[in-house]
Design a binder for this molecule. Structure first.
Ligand code: B3K
Ligand code: ZN
Length: 881
């Protein structure tokens, strides 16, 4: 906070800019203690904003922490008393409709710890400009509706920085005096400043090509530091698959002659879709079988695809303003989710995405930062790169596809790209294109863009034996969220089936369809099905057809039945989760009253049946065996009792392990893999099921089981098995310090030079309920391999503890919260975006049991009292309290 308190900005106040910047010519002179940035802007009056008079408004450009060197208009340097300049603003009077503005600024990338704008990571220069980082490079109209043609000349020392990259095509390169050199890049496509990128470093490259659907050859280049160059193959294969998929499924062809990816160790998020020059967090691009687990392989594939898909959904058609963020993010997540489903197991992908929604997104939607997928206001846009914008945004796009149908959805997307190519568009433009292409009225559907909160469906049913009519009544409601006390009904697509007593799907209409999408539009509606001979069991919200909660009074027997018979693999999984949640909740309630209840034998038996089921897809089976996470149980609790939840969940796991030890061991042994590691769906499924068995077996307090994990660790031929073994050993019920110390030491020894793998080493310990005590976490912060400037390390250790270790974070008298508050206060000065993310667990304080709540609140109040908070922390802390 510089002068006054940060202020919110509102969507309703949007106005087009007074000026356009048609061309942006940048020259970067990179030096060891500073960089000189010369920007020549072709500025033009926006006629639409003109009232016809010759008076023109001042040109007001934004900056952050800039040192102005000079300003010139049409080549004439301006005297300092003719403009207003500060570190964060440059205001000039304007005399002509169009002119060239030359601004020279000096910046200090070496001192930039926020990792926004131009900064250094491991000796290389790199940028991150979304959302508002470009203003840390030069004064600009740093807003996405100002689209400009960029030319970028980068000059630097040739020895230290042999590779000089920016967006587009390299058009000239050459040597300069003093062992310096330059490369000039030209991007033929207009783009907003947030898509600008620059990289300068000593990098190796892996080259490949892709021939597009019209026969153009595109050069593909992945750059990394030398020691990582052997880990790029998977990203390259993923890139080519993505390019092909986008041509086949969306008809989208790549448009430049070159596509580059650069891996960077210090990065605030996963990756960034800069035009033609994607910059990636190393952890989201590098993979080799001995250093990356199956989950990492899949993550790399998904993120490479996501960033590539942005070339159309985000870059060719961009966002008018940041309130429209979900226009590019929700749609692009939908595109990458479908890509991943096509490349791997569709069933598992749906379970994973729904899990994320039902735990973390629902919690966000019920917390103090809840916002619609198109927010109406914000203080700091960096706080709005949320699960709501991304994941709920994706679910909203998915619902549009469900409502208009797949063919119409493709027509709608073609129309959207065609209509808005080269433009900065709005969510409304997207919905309108879908509506125009399909002829389906989406008026009511638009409420999803305006209203926050997770709708709840209360479902009741009745059956009339005499007429054979079955009635399903669905009432929808949506809880109040900040600034929105009451909600209008949503248009909700509810996919359902009805099961008979044998578990078969009944025909729902004369056409014999066994699945139907009900379009719920009213606050309450009844849907009637005829011709039934007995009361069926409903399978509701199949494939998680809408991001809502369903309440229906299933008995535990019903859930066991669905778990066994539902033809929708998602709902089979969901039935198991419901059953386990109910059982654990029952145990928590009993323990809260000082009683103890054993885990319901129905759940134990049902899990046994899953273990024994030979027909089940192995990947889905592995998922079904995983109990609802502590986060999921917390989200569904009325009031969170963190230690009781952790304890009850652990008791259920132990009970399942004890009851089915032989079957788990047999399955574990049967799934031993031979042959080379391959990150393909069938092998991934086997490994995942085998490692799930191991996780159960180590719940048994038996030395043999700890040894089983240790020997898997020792024999592991890939990171998936090594990692799973280490996690199992560290969290085993039977502990032996000599064994865990040996494994942790061995892991450290093998991988100490690999920053990405070491992230995992910290995270495994921080999130372990056995090992990850506060004092252990504090000790790890001082470890040689820890890097306090690395967002990945901070997230692994501090995030792993605060967000991933319910038992240890909440134990004691609030020491965990005080530690987190201390860290946030320090990090806010260094990197506000990372600090704000790490604060999330504290923001949910109101949902906890009274004593816990008060302690969490105290920690938040201490943060709030710190002077000069960043806008990031200011917004989160004030909204939370
Ligand atoms: N668009 C970027 C996210 C930028 C976050 C800025 N704080 C990555 C992505 O969603 O593809
Ligand atoms: Zn994105």
């Amino acid at each position: 906070m510089k002068d006054a308190q940060p202020k919110a900005i509102f969507l309703k106040d949007y106005q087009a800019p007074d000026y356009w910047i048609d061309t942006t010519d940048l020259t970067f002179d990179l030096h060891e203690d500073h960089a000189l940035v010369t920007s020549v802007l072709g500025v033009r009056r926006n006629d639409d904003r003109s009232d016809g008079s010759s008076e023109m408004p001042n040109l007001s450009l934004v900056g952050i922490d800039l040192e102005l060197v000079s300003v010139a208009v049409d080549g004439q340097e301006l005297p300092a008393d003719t403009y207003v300049a500060s570190a964060d603003q440059l205001i000039l009077p304007v005399k002509s409709q169009a002119f060239d503005l030359t601004v020279v600024t000096r910046i200090r990338p070496q001192e930039n710890t926020s990792l926004e704008g131009l900064y250094k990571s491991n000796g290389m220069f790199c940028t991150q400009c979304e959302a508002e980082g470009f203003r840390k490079i030069t004064y600009y109209l740093d807003r996405p509706d100002v689209m400009s043609k960029f030319t970028t000349k980068v000059t630097a020392d040739k020895g230290r920085y042999p590779v000089l990259l920016s967006n587009g095509n390299d058009i000239v390169r050459g040597d300069l005096d003093d062992n310096r050199h330059f490369v000039t890049w030209e991007d033929p496509f207009k783009k907003p400043s947030y898509l600008f990128a620059l990289v300068a470093g000593d990098l190796e490259v892996v080259d490949d090509t892709f021939t597009t659907m019209t026969g153009r050859e595109v050069k593909l280049r992945i750059f990394t530091e030398t020691h990582n160059i052997h880990k790029c193959d998977h990203a390259m294969v993923s890139l080519k698959k993505s390019m092909k998929w986008d041509e086949e499924v969306y008809g989208r062809e790549y448009d430049l002659d070159i596509f580059m990816i650069v891996a960077v160790d210090h990065f605030n998020m996963g990756a960034m879709e800069n035009k033609g020059l994607n910059i990636f967090n190393s952890s989201c691009v590098l993979a080799s079988s001995d250093t990356a687990s199956d989950a990492s392989y899949q993550r790399v594939e998904a993120i490479v695809a996501h960033e590539y898909f942005h070339n159309w959904s985000g870059n060719r058609v961009t966002c008018r303003d940041w309130f429209q963020l979900s226009l590019k993010e929700g749609f692009t997540v939908f595109r990458d989710a479908e890509f991943s489903a096509d490349m791997n197991s569709r069933g598992v992908k749906r379970i994973e995405d729904a899990t994320m929604m039902k735990t973390a997104q629902f919690a966000e939607d019920a917390g103090p930062m809840a916002h619609p997928i198109r927010p109406q206001s914000f203080i700091e846009i960096s706080n709005f790169y949320t699960l709501t914008i991304y994941e709920k945004g994706c679910e909203v796009v998915r619902m549009i596809q469900t409502i208009v149908g797949k063919d119409n959805f493709r027509k709608g997307s073609d129309l959207y790209f065609d209509r808005h190519d080269g433009e900065a568009a709005t969510c409304e433009d997207f919905v309108k294109a879908m509506e125009d292409a399909s002829g389906v009225d989406l008026t009511q559907f638009r409420n999803w863009y305006n209203q926050a909160g997770t709708p709840v469906l209360n479902v009741t049913d009745s059956f009339d034996q005499a007429s054979g009519k079955y009635s399903l009544t669905i009432a929808q409601s949506c809880p109040a969220t900040p600034g929105q006390d009451t909600k209008l009904p949503f248009h909700i697509p509810v996919a359902i089936a009805l099961l008979d007593a044998e578990g078969n799907n009944l025909p729902l209409n004369s056409a014999g369809d066994t699945e139907q999408v009900l379009h719920l539009k009213e606050a309450e509606e009844t849907f009637v099905f005829e011709g039934l001979s007995a009361k069926p069991l409903p399978s509701l919200l199949r494939q998680f057809s809408a991001p809502v909660k369903v309440k229906y009074d299933y008995s535990r027997d019903d859930l066991v039945f669905l778990l066994k018979h539902d033809s929708d693999s998602f709902n089979r999984w969901d039935a198991g989760q419901r059953l386990a949640t109910e059982v654990i909740q029952e145990m928590v309630s009993a323990q809260a009253e000082g009683k103890s209840v054993a885990p319901d034998s129905k759940l134990i038996a049902a899990m046994g049946a899953v273990i024994a089921d030979q027909q089940l897809d192995m990947a889905v089976k592995a998922r079904m065996l995983v109990l609802p996470t502590e986060a999921s149980l917390s989200e569904q609790a009325e009031e969170i009792q963190p230690l009781l939840i952790a304890e009850a969940r652990s008791q259920v796991k132990q009970a399942i392990a004890a009851a089915h030890k032989d079957a788990l061991l047999a399955l574990y042994n049967a799934l031993e893999q031979q042959g080379d590691y391959q990150p393909v769906a069938s092998d991934i499924a086997e490994r995942s099921l085998r490692n799930t068995c191991l996780a159960y077996l180590t719940e048994l307090d038996e030395a043999d089981m700890l040894n089983l994990a240790a020997s898997q660790y020792d024999q592991a031929a890939n990171m998936t098995d090594r990692n799973a073994a280490l996690v199992a050993a560290i969290n085993a019920s039977h502990q032996d310090k000599a064994v865990t110390d040996r494994l942790l030491g061995d892991f450290l020894n093998r991988f100490k030079d690999d920053a990405v793998v070491m992230d995992g080493w910290f995270a495994i310990q921080a999130s372990s309920s056995v090992l990850g005590t506060l004092s252990h976490v504090k000790a790890l912060m001082e470890h040689d391999s820890f890097d306090k400037t690395s967002p990945n390390k901070l997230r692994s250790l501090i995030g792993g503890f605060a967000a991933g270790n319910m038992k240890r974070f909440h134990e004691g008298n609030g020491e965990g919260y005080e530690f987190l508050a201390d860290m946030i206060i320090i990090l806010d000065k260094q990197n506000p975006q990372v600090a704000a993310r790490l604060m999330t667990p504290l923001t949910r304080w109101k949902k906890y049991e009274p004593e816990v709540r008060e302690r969490m609140k105290k920690a938040l109040e201490r943060i709030k009292a710190v002077p000069d908070l960043s806008t990031d922390i200011f917004e989160v802390v004030t909204k939370s309290l």
